[in-house]
Design a protein around this ligand. Structure first.
Ligand code: GLP
Length: 245
């Protein structure tokens, strides 16, 4: 079931999403979080850091598994998702870094990396709360529009649209890695709860198609309609294709 929480803007979205994650950690201090990168969750992480600094949140027993990572990128590169997570969250809270996991883009053996990552997620009992952003083409993680849903963690070729969208973070489009390791749709769907943060008019079509369109691998986010516990926190611009109340 998909529940939508309508908010005014990015800041309100970020506060609401952080509150949901904080509630999860408070209720279960040993929560396994599935975490996302991109600009959508940055504000959520800022709010979580503020709650930690205020003494309201304890990450000491939390574990995390990130959705994805560019393939062939060094962990020291400031555009790697490994770097992003440390920079935006892990360096600023009391999480045990040994319990944080991001697919290793430096491992050239794709099969080995993906199989090991899925096995680790399974071994810990799966993700309790998975945070997701939504790509402009409806992708989740780096599951790009495709002819079928890929279940397990796998290596993907990024689409031109994603390379174009992500080039703002690199010196040029040529510097954007062409491949990534990503949790598969099955891995994402096995999370007990899913929280999606969506902001901005450029996501409106992808959000509408994900929630109201047919479930199709051409819109990877549409698979969320089949999950029993999805909460989408979306701002007015992202919801502009939905009927207004
Ligand atoms: C990226 C990431 C996704 C992210 C999405 C949206 O390519 N792989 O995990 O959710 O695209 O990014 P943004 O939040 O910057 O719009």
């Amino acid at each position: 079931m998909v529940k939508i929480i309508r908010v005014r803007d990015y800041d309100e979205m970020s506060r609401k999403a952080a509150n949901i994650i904080a509630a999860q950690i408070t209720l279960n201090p040993q929560s396994v979080l599935g975490l996302a990168t991109g600009s959508s969750p940055v504000g959520t992480y800022k709010n979580l850091v503020a709650m930690y600094e205020a003494g309201d949140l304890d990450f000491s027993e939390v574990s995390s598994y990130n959705l994805d990572e560019y393939r062939g990128i060094s962990r020291a590169n400031d555009q790697s998702y490994y770097y992003f997570m440390n920079d935006n969250l892990f360096d600023h809270v009391n999480i045990n870094k040994d319990n944080t996991h991001v697919p290793n883009g430096e491992n050239p053996d794709a099969d080995n990396e993906c199989t090991t990552y899925d096995a680790a997620v399974r071994a810990i009992g799966g993700v309790d709360l998975q945070l997701l952003g939504l790509g402009r083409n409806g992708h989740i993680g780096f599951n790009e529009p495709a002819d079928d849903f890929a279940a397990a963690t796998h290596c993907v070729d990024l689409t031109e649209s994603t390379i174009e969208a992500n080039k703002r973070f690199f010196a040029s489009a040529d510097d954007v890695p062409r491949q990534a390791y990503t949790m598969g749709i099955g891995t994402i769907m096995s999370a007990k709860k899913i929280l999606v943060v969506v902001s901005g008019a450029d996501k409106a079509e992808a959000l509408y198609n994900s929630v109201c369109g047919p479930v199709t691998p051409q819109v990877p986010g549409s698979i969320l309609q089949f999950h029993p516990d999805v909460t989408i926190v979306a701002d007015a611009d992202a919801l502009s294709k939905f009927p207004q109340e």
